[in-house]
Design a protein around this ligand. Sequence first.
Ligand SMILES: C[S@@+](CC[C@H](N)C(=O)[O-])C[C@H]1O[C@@H](n2cnc3c(N)ncnc32)[C@H](O)[C@@H]1O
Length: 243
Amino acid sequence: MPDPIFDDPRLAAIYDLFDGPRGDLDNYLHIARELRARTVLDVGCGTGSFALRLASLKVVVTGVDPAAASLNVARAKPGASQVTWLHADATTLPPMRIELAVMTGNVAQVFLTDAAWHDALTGLRHALVLGGHLVFETRNLEHRAWEKWASDPMIESIDIDGVGLVTQRRVVTDVALPFVSFRHTYTFPDGTEIPSDSTLRFRDPDEIAASLDAARFTLVERRDAPDRPGAEHVYIAQRDSAS
Ligand SMILES: C[S@@+](CC[C@H](N)C(=O)[O-])C[C@H]1O[C@@H](n2cnc3c(N)ncnc32)[C@H](O)[C@@H]1O
């Protein structure tokens, strides 16, 4: 079940504004070009920020997300008709043969159990053509991002057209590694407060490598995210066998 921040219609509608500029996505456009991908599956596409940028470059894009509210935001954006939107997740995909599957925005960290992560990887492997690639990012465990989050409640207010002044606060609610939990609370002009609780799993590079191997992917490369060096790792894996 996706967190309210993605699946509550009032929160999904304002997600992009609080998320801010998405310079992080340039790297994925670059990788898609590098891999010469003509068909891309954006897994956990959320409000469609990456899928829409890619589709504008004439790539055939499918965006999939289990959060209906985020998909509705994506579907209402300019250019949305160029993308196929699916309300699903990696384990419930229809048959497809795509060249590149991508998880931007640390989607890989929402899979809390080994089984959920393995099932997602297996679903993506089946969606890929032979030789197809899977590219995803995950925060570097050693960077200990949660310590910065705990010291910075990230209180931000934005005056939103048609909504008014909305305030976002973030608090870390639990650190029980490899799990880190936090709560975003949004206060709307009518006084309504909507909380959204999230838990992410931090996996180290050895765990990621082993999980890719177990799902029969070949790990091609691990890179630093160019826009967040030291903080984020980008993994490039390949489906290189038919079985
Ligand atoms: C931080 S957002 C990133 C959204 C988008 N990739 C981006 O970069 O803007 C995480 C996304 O993962 C989605 N998500 C949650 N559980 C998921 C699952 N089991 N499979 C795929 N996506 C999932 C959420 O609904 C949300 O849209």
